[in-house]
Design a protein around this ligand. Structure first.
Ligand code: UD1
Length: 398
């Protein structure tokens, strides 16, 4: 039974790694008669450099991709089209029983779309991990990717309860959606203690709980000078009281250079004094997050990770597709104007964190996903249909 798993961009790696591991564990738990699940890992190459990709494979102990498409960067249309063009022959050659796509990046939609257009005889089961999240903001490219990927997938693995409601509201039948939990949190739980051995705190000369961590990369925040400056000004007061460490995404570094915003990162010339550093690997970033006094971000995944870690988070956006992080977690929406950001930071600095964790964020999401996939593929495969499914003996929590 062949399962093709697609990764492409940085936030995909920590979502797919525990699924690959769960597949290995699932196969090992089956009897001799069992036709194992064979994972084929395809990397589209949307993110391609050492800091954005290779470091994550090493930290997450992921096997090297079976297929590397090398699609690279480009406009949304060019990148999506290039991934589709390169993925189509791979899908035809591999002919998997199921295709698994994760998250909301261009690679997610591109590969799901290629599979969805195959003939009924050759079309694999299409499964989307992290389905149903909605910001209700269609100016975000990721929102378009989410809506469309969910509409063309057969099996929708949902990470928080809002996802089930959103899919229902879009007319997707309930039996297609499964609330399984969050595979990104599976990775976090697995590597949380290992991250304490990271040298990141020493490297940046940081004491636990004494600094803030910042990430910014959304086009809406960094591509226009006015928006970017507004956010940096909103952080000025915080920078005056504690150190702000800012691992900058390549897109953000480029914008800083082009918009001549360097002054904000240079204390001696009257700037805000935010300390810009290179993008960090998974374990180093996890260590920095875990011990931060506060995290400020426009990322989706970091809102979830800080919730699981109980670290106060300020989200530099007007909306979030992850409302459970506001309801149960440690997240606060700050908006993108300097005054609202300043106020949100004040509020979060007074908040000491919370260890309440959303439902099913228990490190078992990947095991649930693999169990459901195996059941579905076996039900469809004539050669194995009718065999005793001791598979069903594993997790049945979904
Ligand atoms: C993508 C995802 C976004 C995710 C983010 C996390 C989409 C629509 N967006 O945005 O959801 O939160 O990744 O990182 O898929 N670049 C490099 N090296 C790399 C990769 C990119 O220098 O390894 C540069 C590119 O040249 C480009 C910029 O970064 O200038 C943007 O890369 P791209 O993959 O197009 O989108 P992201 O902004 O990273």
């Amino acid at each position: 039974m062949k399962l093709l798993i697609v990764v492409g961009a940085r936030p995909n790696f920590m979502k797919a790694a525990p699924i690959l591991k769960a597949i290995r564990q699932f196969n090992a738990s089956q009897g001799e008669w069992f036709d194992p699940l064979v994972p084929i890992l395809v990397h589209t190459g949307q993110h391609y450099d050492a800091q954005m990709s290779d470091a994550f494979f090493a930290d997450l102990q992921m096997p090297q991709p079976d297929v590397f498409l090398g699609a690279g960067s480009g406009s949304h249309a060019a990148q999506t089209a290039e991934i589709m063009r390169r993925f189509e022959p791979v899908l035809a050659e591999q002919a998997p029983d199921a295709l698994l796509v994760v998250g909301d990046v261009n690679s997610t939609l591109a590969c799901a779309l290629v599979a969805a257009k195959l003939s009924v005889e050759t079309r694999p089961l299409i499964a989307h991990v992290e389905a149903g999240l909605r910001s209700f903001d269609r100016s975000m490219p990721e929102e378009i990717n989410r809506i469309l990927t969910d509409q063309i997938s057969d099996l929708l693995f949902v990470s928080e309860a809002s996802g089930i409601r959103n899919l229902r509201a879009e007319g997707i039948p309930d039996e297609q959606a499964r609330f399984v939990g969050n595979t990104m949190i599976d990775s976090l739980r697995e590597y949380e203690s290992k991250a304490d051995f990271s040298a990141a705190l020493e490297h940046f000369r940081l004491k636990r709980g004494s600094y803030a961590l910042l990430t910014l990369h959304r086009a809406a925040n960094v591509d226009a000078r006015d928006s970017f400056v507004e956010i940096l000004e909103g952080l000025r007061e915080l920078a005056g009281s504690i150190r702000i460490i800012f691992p900058a995404h390549p897109r953000t570094q480029k914008e800083i250079r082009e918009q001549r915003l360097d002054v904000y990162f240079n204390q001696t010339s009257g700037g805000v004094g935010i300390e810009m550093v290179p993008p960090q690997g998974y374990l180093d970033f996890l260590c920095l997050m875990k011990h931060a006094r506060l995290v400020a971000t426009d990322s989706g995944g970091i809102q979830e990770e800080t919730t699981a870690l109980g670290v106060p988070c300020v989200t530099l956006r007007e909306n979030t597709e992850r409302p459970v992080t506001l309801e149960v977690g440690t997240n606060l929406l700050a908006g993108t104007k300097r005054e609202s950001i300043r106020r949100a930071i004040q509020q979060q600095l007074a908040f000491r964190g919370d260890r309440r964790v959303p439902e099913k964020w228990d490190g078992m999401a990947s095991a649930r996903i693999v169990q459901i996939l195996a059941d579905r593929i076996m039900a469809k495969t004539p050669a194995v249909a009718g065999l005793p499914t001791s598979a069903a003996g594993l997790q049945k929590n979904a």
